[in-house]
Design a protein around this ligand. Sequence first.
Ligand SMILES: *Cc1c(COP(=O)(O)O)cnc(C)c1O
Length: 401
Amino acid sequence: MTVWQDDAARDLVLNAGERLALLVRGEGSYLWDADGRRHLDFLAGIAVTSLGHAHPAFVEAVSAQAATLAHVSNYFATPPQLALAARLKRLAGAGIDGRVFFSNSGAEANEAAFKLARLHGGVERPRILALENGFHGRTMGSLALTAKTSMRAPFEPMPGGVEHIPATIEALQAAMDDRVAAVIVEPIQGEAGVVELPEGYLAAARSLTLAHGALLIVDEIQTGAGRTGAWFGFSHEGITPDAITLAKGIGGGFPIGALVTYGSASALFTPGSHGSTFGGNPLATAVADAVLAEIESAGLVENAARRGAELREFLLGMDSPLVDGVRGRGLLIGVALSAPVAGAVVAAAQERGLIVNAANPETVRIAPALTIGDAELAEFRELFTAALADVQASLSGKVSA
Ligand SMILES: *Cc1c(COP(=O)(O)O)cnc(C)c1O
């Protein structure tokens, strides 16, 4: 083991397993490790670095705002905070009634959404419906919303009232009643392996929640900020939710999250009902506002749609028995494998200088920066083809060239 691996093994909390490399620098879709090796980054910090690494708009926003005003308490407003709130409301179609709460992470945005659901439901409506295979974060409230039993079990008891139902319209119909405070869903279940909701699900969820007086909360933490080729995952479906949660890609690498509320849900938080010391500080909001401004002005939502289609076409046309199908939308892609070898594919890719991720044993997740172009795609094609061939060769007992 090298020195950094010793340090990591000794000093870091044991939650993430062995680190894959010591990364020291990034530019665009490329990362360099401490040995000077270059990696093509098609994971983007798990759908976070929307503009790629060290984008001039990001660097300029961090530097300029750090030199101007980095933090004040939420007793005060700041221009970047107001600008970002207005931009998010506009992009999310939240209208004049919409409001924004800023957090520092996705889990915290979902904690705020959970509290919103409780404020709406009160004692009359204790039920909160979430989906099987859904992922909403690792803090206690967001963990309660998360489906995976193995993630929750060591931390029981959870905050109460959450039920996980199958992701079908029939299951939702059967579960809905007037004791449901909220339904929370991801438009595409990223952590579950980039699994889309069934056709028409969000529209059905919208009408069922309206009929029963429940909130519809859409977790856009992975799907938001242009990733799927629309500003938000729900934008494809033409519905208006009661709240969405955001994080990951909106900060482009700066930690920030947000809860955007619509219509009457915007009146639920009242003075004193929630808070966050760092949430919405001028540094974080200035950077996120600059990132979203760049996504808008550079047409990166359209680029995500176009490059996603190109990637999908390539993946579906691959002449590899390992590729079984392609899921997802825009630049959130799950490559379904015909065998549980996603870990081996990721390792083979890394060996060849390509970073992708195993969302589960059968799925390789691809989520590059929204800025990728022909050059990055060409290199991806070459490296991914080679990585799959490596795994195929080792599966069939041959020695890889
Ligand atoms: C990543 C993610 C979260 C949690 O966000 P953190 O910033 O890691 O707390 C919640 N929901 C979804 C859909 C996510 O992808």
